[in-house]
Design a binder for this molecule. Structure first.
Ligand SMILES: Cc1cc2nc3c(=O)[nH]c(=O)nc-3n(C[C@H](O)[C@H](O)[C@H](O)COP(=O)(O)OP(=O)(O)OC[C@H]3O[C@@H](n4cnc5c(N)ncnc54)[C@H](O)[C@@H]3O)c2cc1C
Length: 448
């Protein structure tokens, strides 16, 4: 029996982990490794909240592996160089990992696979991060869906895979295999300014349990109100894989059995998990969307891109209370409510006339749940440049949105306590005027 290297990436858990499960069934010697890839860590969109969360998840994973009698190997460097060396040290020539939909990750994985195979290794990759992968849900003509509703209909009609049963995880706890300790955030060159949530597999499961026992049953009714704790807060866990979508949906199914009358509320939550998968398959089939507009006719839009407007938006100092409260929530906590993400994204693009890609990058740097597929999808939806996007002429009025979704101003008061006082700043733009300008910008700038 030969040892198998399990390469952890965005699947930082022992439970219900497809590649790890397969590795443990195939061999009693599994070598778990996580690689700090400088190319990923130094990328301009990498931010302290996400890295802080990652480090905490790694600490938790390390402890869980040690509790199972193994040892997590942590190394830094180019992935194939690290894996090849690890193979030389341990004799392992088999590599398992879970697939990732992000274009750069796919390129990296293809290269590693090619190099490993050229060296005589066996390489197996697995579907894990989604229920249905890119090629599994296609239209009758074999093309991918670019509209959510029909995609979701097919998604819901397909049988779903269940969580993997627990298998005994046994690895080589050989202390001679060199491993780094989990680095510190400052050691990696990041400074944390936000108060980010706790990471780790146990915390992910705790959040899921808490959500599935209560807020799930009122999800549809409460999820749109930022002053309420109406959503699951599972996004950072789903982004780094401390909880799997299979485990989430299994908990949802159990809750549905005990609360059949709440099925409509539950369906809306499942719909959000489907949005996550929808955007993943978009990026899988259309990797160009990571670098520009999904609809290229919008690439030529003449954004105003005023630095002072962008800086005011980032700092939560626009004079629009709901926008400022939302941006301060992001800066202070590393998370932002979904309704607010849509409001601030529309505001940046259609009130401040700043390119959506500036906002996309800022979100990646500040969000603890930063996830390229969902973030890019959400931004392109809001900017009207994406697949199933809000049409460009649909423009939220931030004050009406506030009146509708924060009617008592409770959320605003939490982050912008000065909003009702005379000391609060005047709006930096006039919404009605900017709306006219935005419509003109889109009308004129669209090519084709
Ligand atoms: C401009 C913009 C940027 C966004 N950036 C990200 C991002 O970087 N990372 C991220 O995980 N989500 C992103 N979202 C989607 C959504 O806002 C968050 O997933 C959600 O707010 C997370 O909170 P929750 O876990 O409590 O969600 P819940 O409402 O409890 O939903 C459960 C899960 O479903 C998924 N989900 C929910 N809504 C969406 C959605 N609209 N699109 C895709 N997946 C969804 C998430 O994984 C979430 O954890 C973005 C949305 C917009 C409009």
């Amino acid at each position: 029996m030969t040892a198998i290297i399990h390469w952890f990436r965005r699947d930082l858990r022992l439970g219900d982990n497809t590649a790890l499960h397969a590795a443990c069934r195939a061999s009693r010697e599994v070598i778990p490794v996580f690689i700090f890839d400088p190319a990923v860590l130094r990328a301009p969109e990498m931010g302290a909240p996400r890295v802080a969360f990652l480090l905490e998840c790694l600490q938790s994973l390390r402890k869980n592996i040690e509790a199972a009698g193994g040892r997590l190997i942590l190394r830094e460097g180019d992935p194939w160089a690290v894996l090849r060396k690890l193979g030389q040290e341990t004799g392992a020539t088999t590599l398992y990992f879970n697939r990732d939909c992000e274009p750069r990750a796919r390129e990296r994985d293809a290269l590693v696979e090619k190099q490993a195979r050229a060296s005589g290794w066996e390489v197996r990759s697995f579907k894990d991060d989604v229920i249905h992968e890119g090629d599994e849900i296609l239209k009758a003509d074999g093309k991918p869906y670019v509209v959510f509703t029909p995609y979701a209909k097919v998604w819901r009609s397909r049988p779903r895979s269940e969580p993997w049963p627990v298998v005994k995880f046994s690895s080589i706890p050989d202390i001679r295999i060199e491993s780094q300790t989990v680095p510190t955030l400052t050691g990696l060159g990041f400074t944390l300014e936000a108060d980010v949530p706790a990471g780790g597999e146990r915390e992910g499961r705790r959040l899921l349990k808490q959500f599935a026992e209560g807020p799930l049953f009122t999800y549809r009714t409460r999820r749109d109100f930022p002053a309420m704790e109406g959503s699951s807060r599972l996004s950072p866990h789903l982004a780094l894989g401390t909880v799997s979508p299979r485990t989430v949906l299994a908990a949802v199914d159990r809750a549905r059995l005990t609360h059949p009358s709440q099925s409509a509320e539950i369906d809306v939550f499942v719909g959000e998990i489907i949005w996550r998968e929808f955007y993943r398959q978009v990026l899988w089939h259309y990797p160009h969307a990571a670098a520009g507009c999904f609809r290229p006719q919008y690439d030529a839009l003449a954004w105003e891109n005023k630095d002072k407007h962008f800086a005011a938006w980032c700092a939560g100092r626009t004079g629009f209370p709901i926008v400022d409260a939302a941006m301060r929530q992001l800066n202070q906590t590393g998370w932002m409510h979904n309704r607010l993400r849509m409001i601030v994204a529309m505001f940046l693009t259609k009130d401040l006339l700043v390119n959506w890609q500036w906002g996309e990058r800022y979100f990646m740097q500040k969000l603890v749940d930063a996830d390229q597929a969902s973030n890019n999808g959400g931004w392109q939806w809001s900017a009207g440049t994406g697949t199933d996007a809000a049409p460009y002429f649909r423009i939220f009025n931030p004050n009406s949105q506030a009146a509708k979704f924060d009617p008592e101003g409770k959320f605003i008061a939490r982050f912008v306590p000065e909003a009702d006082s005379l000391s609060y700043m005047a709006p930096i733009v006039d919404h009605a005027q900017q709306r006219v300008k935005a419509l003109e910008l889109y009308r004129r700038g669209r090519v084709g």
